[in-house]
Design a protein around this ligand. Structure first.
Ligand code: TXA
Ligand code: MG
Length: 329
């Protein structure tokens, strides 16, 4: 592992993008904003850099990475897009969508990044800072969320710094992200599968496909040795404090993560209260989710009680992350 690395923090901009591109080309690790969460990037063709990336995050090497590129022609050098995959790419890229497709012959992404699979996960992010870095670098960049494996994903440069300072070379600070949960991952298999709910709602994807998306089976989920998507590792996105879902009341000393205008019995005695969206807006709630979990955790709260959140739109991704945060470790 690369420890004792001096982590440089630069503001986004031309100099930041150029420094990022140089660092990536030299095999270094660069954290940068995408519209979903901050990613930790490495040159997708450099196996040594990717090994450093897994070590810096403490991530199991059987959990494959997403290759990020600036445009569709670069994506098509990495993966094979059938008509259905192309339709999704054209409808939603650049944006918070990742497509899992078969690798091309001579796919430049190192086998270590794809965990030896014959498929590859690809994303074109929309964030202007991510786009500038990808264009300046020229190649594909593998980037998991820029947090210690199992922690809450970072939505601010400060979150990256607190998890990874001293383990990575550069953080490009582009301010808070807008979407706040990771990309939706679609497996372009015989049937299109929703491998991970995320920042693009199921409803919008199904409207373009004209078909409903299938979730992987429970057997696939419990098989930790070959997760279909690592969001599939049971405990994930975990704050230190235990998380209690669908709270109908607040116990003394608990913190409350609220949603919508309703009030709960016991709320006045809560250790802390943060509301993901007082008006009940699921997009706003997604943007606030990880930052609020980090804030409540930082207060040393005993338990985080969470109000019920509707399972529609980005609520599917929010509830997915909260269920994983609630799994006892
Ligand atoms: O929004 C995002 O997707 C962020 C930003 C940085 O782009 N990235 C992100 O990466 O969330 P990560 O590594 O935390 O999650 C990548 C997911 C994992 O669940 C992994 O199992 C899945 O993508 N994945 C990667 N390659 C795959 C493949 N060939 N087949 C199935 N799942 C794959
Ligand atoms: Mg992650």
């Amino acid at each position: 592992m690369k420890t004792g690395v001096e982590t440089l923090i630069l503001p986004a901009g031309v100099a930041g993008a150029e420094a990022a591109a140089r660092t990536l080309a030299a095999g270094g690790l660069v954290a940068f904003p995408t519209e979903t969460v901050y990613g930790l990037g490495a040159d997708a063709a450099n196996a040594t850099a990717i090994a450093h990336l897994y070590a810096a995050k403490g991530r199991p090497a059987f959990n494959p990475l997403i290759a990020h590129v600036a445009g569709l022609s670069a994506a098509q050098r990495i993966g094979r897009f059938d008509a259905r995959a192309l339709k999704l790419a054209e409808a939603f890229w650049p944006g918070p969508l990742t497509l899992v497709v078969p690798k091309t012959e001579g796919c430049p992404v190192a086998d270590l990044a794809t965990a030896g699979l014959d498929t590859v996960a690809i994303r074109i992010p929309a964030h202007p800072v991510a786009q500038a870095i990808l264009r300046a670098f020229g190649g594909a960049v593998v980037a998991p969320s820029a947090n210690i494996s199992g922690h809450v994903s970072p939505t601010l440069a400060a979150h990256v710094e607190s998890d990874l300072s001293g383990r990575i070379d550069l953080i490009v600070d582009g301010g808070p992200v807008t979407v706040g949960v990771e990309s939706t991952i679609i497996g372009c298999f015989e049937t299109a599968m929703l491998l991970r709910p995320g920042g693009l709602s199921r409803e919008r994807i199904e409207a373009v496909l004209g078909a409903s998306l299938v979730r992987p089976t429970a057997e696939g989920e419990s098989d930790d040795s070959q997760p279909l998507a690592p969001g599939m590792l049971a405990s994930h996105y975990a704050p230190r404090a235990p998380v209690r879902l669908n709270a109908q009341e607040v116990a003394p000393g608990e913190a409350l993560l609220g949603f919508g205008p309703a009030r709960l019995p016991g709320m006045e005695a809560a250790a802390a209260v943060m509301n993901l969206s007082p008006t009940g807006d699921l997009d706003e709630a997604a943007a606030n989710l990880f930052g609020y979990l980090r804030s409540l955790d930082a207060k040393g709260t005993r338990t985080i009680a969470v109000m019920t959140i509707p399972e529609e739109g980005l609520g599917e991704a929010i509830n997915d992350r909260l269920r994983r945060a609630a799994v006892a470790r």
